[in-house]
Design a protein around this ligand. Structure first.
Ligand SMILES: C[S@@+](CC[C@H](N)C(=O)[O-])C[C@H]1O[C@@H](n2cnc3c(N)ncnc32)[C@H](O)[C@@H]1O
Length: 451
């Protein structure tokens, strides 16, 4: 086994009954603490981000940051000569000339867009390996590549391969063996890189893959740090206090997806059935369709749901810190787990928060906050992002209201939503592109007179 240096972390590896190993806290970890930072071994931007971000460090183009495109392939963009030269030496010199022919090839065109990104992720990784003078790989490699080669292969490992755009020196024929060997670890070990929760790239972070198992009720999450001229880094942050000896888990997929969708995706892409606390709820509660939208029955149901999750503190909304709200949920709320409920609620909120009526947006948004607090673990960033949207909606409602008392009550609603957003998103911390939700919170907080 590769020697893993965990001395800079508060983690240690222990045996897991079915997943080989698990990462556990080697000392108590506090909510918001970053327990691991891992630089990317390789990344590839989504097609939609090409020309918007530097292909090497992922900085966004702006008035101050002009990207220049590679004159060879006209498909890679850089924020400066440092990024261009690092990437040229690492892999672009093996990709540049082949790029136009590769991207129109039948093999590449036949791939789904997700796999097209992975074809470039693999090409970049392969280019890096060839540039370092190696044409075969084992898990005895040093450093991150050795950790990557020691990762468990995914369930699709033997069923699939993918075309690549990176030949060894003097030829443009890829070495199939080594490409397949690397690709066999892709499906269950890669990450979707995001900024402010919007996906923009795929990336490989071997130490994080080696350490973290999945849970739909995780106690930690990943985020990505963009630094000019450097490869993006992944950080793993605790969502809540984690006791010494407790397993640290992250979500491999969105915990708010219906349980059947989660189980199918985990089985297909990672080869296991999840038995986390959140999945176990479905053994007890079977989702039923919610009452129809606009009915009095739905109003009663949602009022009761809000009371169960958010309590009865009048206008001041506070999130409960209980981590087992979903597990203890009464069966009468079974409809919240139905696959149609969350999409309907979030569609109504997003439409009415833009177009009005604001009253409907606020009550739907409050129900959505209650639902998110049930299906996501405490302090999950989506809860904070939604609370920020609610704060902005309440503020918009306040400034358009002509009646002073109602406007003042709406401003106080905006403050209470903003306090929730601040608490949750401060735990997640700074990440991704400049600006973003924490900057928005500061601006709205000043307007609302919050300290
Ligand atoms: C990224 S690796 C996780 C690290 C792995 N535990 C190891 O020792 O290398 C992903 C693989 O771990 C296993 N795994 C992750 N989470 C699991 C869970 N909750 N239950 C069972 N197996 C899990 C699956 O085999 C999955 O394909």
């Amino acid at each position: 086994m590769v020697n893993l240096d965990l001395s800079q972390t508060s983690l240690r590896l222990e045996r897991h009954s079915s997943a080989r190993n698990k990462a556990v806290a080697s000392a108590p970890i506090s909510a918001g603490e970053v327990m691991l930072t891992v630089p990317a071994l390789s990344t590839a931007l989504l097609q939609s981000e090409k020309g918007r971000r530097c292909d090497h460090c992922h900085r966004l183009a702006s008035d101050d940051i002009r990207l220049r495109k590679c004159t060879g392939c006209a498909a890679y963009w850089y924020c400066g000569t440092k990024c261009q030269s690092v990437q040229w030496k690492a892999h672009h010199k093996r990709i540049c000339k082949q790029y136009p022919r590769f991207t129109v090839s039948e093999d590449y065109q036949a791939l789904l867009s997700h796999d097209q990104v992975d074809a470039f992720l693999l090409s970049h990784l392969l280019g890096d390996v060839f540039s370092s003078g190696r044409y075969a790989l084992t898990s005895s490699e040093d450093g991150p590549l050795g950790i990557f080669m020691d990762l468990m292969k995914g369930p699709l490992a033997h069923a699939t391969s993918i075309p690549v755009c990176a030949g060894p020196p003097g030829t443009d024929t890829p070495q199939v063996g080594i490409a397949d060997d690397l690709y066999s670890r892709f499906g269950n070990n890669n990450f979707v890189v995001h900024s402010h929760l919007n996906s923009y790239a795929h990336g490989i972070f071997p130490l994080a893959s080696r350490l973290f198992n999945h849970s739909c009720a995780p106690n930690a999450v990943t985020k990505y740090i963009i630094t000019p001229s450097e490869p993006v880094r992944m950080q793993c942050a605790a969502l809540r206090d984690i006791a010494e000896g407790e397993e640290v888990t992250i979500p491999y997929l969105d915990p708010a997806l219906p349980v059947e969708t989660r189980q199918q995706a985990l089985q297909m892409n990672y080869g296991f059935s999840c038995s986390c606390a959140s999945c176990c709820v479905n053994e007890r509660i079977h989702p039923v369709p919610p009452p129809s939208r606009g009915s009095a029955e739905l109003d009663d149901f949602e009022r009761a749901l809000r009371r169960y999750v958010l309590g009865d503190a009048g206008r001041v909304v506070r999130l409960r810190e209980d981590t087992d709200l979903l597990q203890k949920m009464p069966v009468e709320f079974a409809a919240v787990l139905h696959e149609s409920y969350l999409p309907q609620l979030s569609e109504t909120f997003s439409r009415t928060s833009h177009e009005g009526p604001y009253g409907e947006a606020l009550s739907t948004g409050l129900t959505l906050l209650a639902l998110y607090s049930l299906v996501y673990p405490v302090n999950y960033p989506q809860i904070g992002m939604h609370a920020l949207e609610l704060a902005k909606t309440a503020w918009n409602a306040a400034v358009t209201h002509t009646e002073p008392e109602a406007a003042s009550a709406l401003k106080s609603d905006a403050r209470s939503f903003l306090l929730i957003a601040t608490h949750v998103l401060n735990i997640y911390g700074e990440e991704g592109d400049e600006g973003g939700p924490l900057a928005e919170i500061r601006v709205l907080g000043e307007i609302l007179g919050l300290p």
